[in-house]
Design a protein around this ligand. Structure first.
Ligand code: NAD
Ligand code: AKB
Length: 316
């Protein structure tokens, strides 16, 4: 990667990825973009920023041409809970938006990274140690768009030689930008509420296990995969990756070790509970480990120490 365009750069991942990539590749070699400008965002101030609505193919094409982009990190999307609220828009942004990015990449010979998700699996998928290649019949519109995206990326590689790569992220936990309306968001909000209120109401019920990852590992995955030797990649797109799997009571117990007064109760949201129940409990990420050396640094315990320290700095 030499000249990088990030779409959806003001979201949970993009807002941290932009600075991370600017540190590695140089500020002027990483162009952040989003549908609208947020003057308060550090990302807009820090380096090149363009308005790119991924539903407008000309926005993408003009920006790629203007900056001589060779790699597109495509993050613009609607997440699971928001997507269930507006399935038509979720399809448009997640599938038509990706299609536009792939078309521009085909014409300009750009490489493309785009994340899939644990949402690409469904209730008929083996839920424990979910294999890399297995049944995928998701029951959410978000999941349908993610499977479609995985297939589109495979197609553009096989048919047109576009260098497409991607991972299936689990729920991502971070302290810089709040998550954009997913089912795993509780695992971020619990840290904020632990520090700010000393109590948390969880919208998922006890025993709901899902894969999760701390943001520094999620950012490393992008760089590692995009820089990986293409000859070693058998799968290319949609690699299962994970760093930990936990339930609400397990993350609560981990935070309570540091904040003994912290308490949690439950008020289950049936929509997000149904989504969470349809996703795996834990992924098998051995293929990513074998093909490009995936090896996360953070587990629940070390993530919790860092999250609480960073949020105390930010909020207190
Ligand atoms: P986010 O919701 O925080 O950010 C997405 C950004 O896309 C938002 O800033 C939004 O304004 C922008 N956007 C929406 N429509 C757009 C359009 N038409 N044109 C341009 N920008 C538009 O999402 P995120 O958490 O940063 O996720 C990025 C990617 O990673 C998505 O593909 C998501 O499915 C995937 N992913 C995220 C997680 C997670 O836990 N955050 C987990 C699995 C996969
Ligand atoms: C969501 O919950 O929608 C995302 C995801 C796992 O894709 N965090």
């Amino acid at each position: 990667m030499k000249k990088i365009l990030i779409t959806g750069a003001l979201g949970q991942i993009g807002s941290e990825l932009t600075s991370h990539l600017r540190n590695i590749y140089g500020v002027n070699n990483v162009v952040a973009s989003s549908k609208t400008r947020n003057e308060e965002s550090r990302i807009v101030e820090e380096g090149p920023f363009e308005i790119v609505d991924v539903l407008k193919v000309e926005d993408i094409a003009e920006t790629v041409k203007k900056y001589d982009i060779d790699s597109i990190i495509h993050l613009a999307a609607l997440l699971s809970a928001v997507g269930e609220g507006n399935p038509a828009l979720a399809w448009k942004v997640n599938v038509d938006g990706l299609f536009n990015v792939l078309e521009v990449a085909r014409e300009t010979k750009c490489a493309v990274f785009t994340p899939s998700s644990i949402a690409a699996f469904g209730p008929s998928t083996p839920p424990d140690k979910t294999p890399q290649d297995t049944l995928q019949r998701p029951t959410t519109m978000y999941g349908v768009t993610k499977v479609s995206g995985e297939l589109l990326c495979d197609y553009y590689f096989k048919k047109f030689g576009v260098d497409t790569r991607g991972v299936r992220y689990p729920g991502l936990i971070s302290y810089e930008t709040l998550p954009g309306g997913g089912t795993t968001d509780y695992a971020v909000h619990i840290y904020y509420d632990a520090i700010q209120k000393g109590k948390f109401t969880c919208y998922l019920k006890e025993g709901t296990a899902m894969d999760m990852m701390y943001m520094p590992d999620a950012l490393d995955a992008i760089v590692q995969l995009m820089e990986a030797d293409p000859n070693k990649l058998v799968h290319r797109n949609a690699f299962n990756i994970t760093a930990m799997s936990f339930t609400p009571e397990k993350i609560f117990a981990e935070i309570k070790k540091h904040l003994p007064e912290f308490s949690m109760d439950y008020h289950v949201d049936p929509i997000r509970q149904e989504i969470a129940d349809s996703w795996p409990n834990s992924l098998d990420d051995s293929v990513a480990r074998e093909e490009w050396g995936w090896n996360p640094k953070y587990d629940l315990s070390s993530m919790t120490v860092d999250m609480l320290a960073k949020l105390r700095e930010k909020l207190c």
